[in-house]
Design a protein. Structure first.
Length: 120
């Protein structure tokens, strides 16, 4: 079906594949998804367009390695990190339970959560 004559462009968008269960032992759902993308990449079809959103975990990066040139990492984007910090600040300063916290405690929450967010 992907390679039928006259087939127009096909777009496949997958979000959060890093959140598929990854259980050792039997093939996990995450392995199945990774294998599916490996097969699609190996088809090398010019009309097939993939958009995969995920944390850059080793097994996922390996499956998508052939597309390395087209990879965009948002983890390194300063604007994204700034947006995360602003969101955390807005929650900390507007949350009813946190309103009475000391300013230094609020700041600590913002700093720790921003640092641990890893761009997500």
């Amino acid at each position: 079906m992907l390679n039928l004559p006259g087939q127009g462009p096909i777009y496949i968008i997958a979000d959060a594949i890093d959140e598929c269960p990854d259980v050792s032992g039997t093939p996990s759902q995450r392995e199945e998804v990774s294998e599916f993308f490996e097969v699609l990449v190996d088809l090398d079809l010019s009309n097939l367009h993939l958009c995969v959103a995920s944390r850059p975990e080793i097994d996922i990066r390996k499956a998508l390695e052939p597309l390395q040139l087209l990879q965009i990492s948002l983890h390194d984007e300063v604007e994204q990190k700034d947006d995360i910090v602003e969101y955390i600040k807005s929650v900390v300063h507007s949350d009813r339970k946190m309103r009475d916290w000391r300013d230094e405690d609020k700041q600590l929450v913002v700093e720790v959560l921003s640092e641990k967010s890893d761009g997500v």
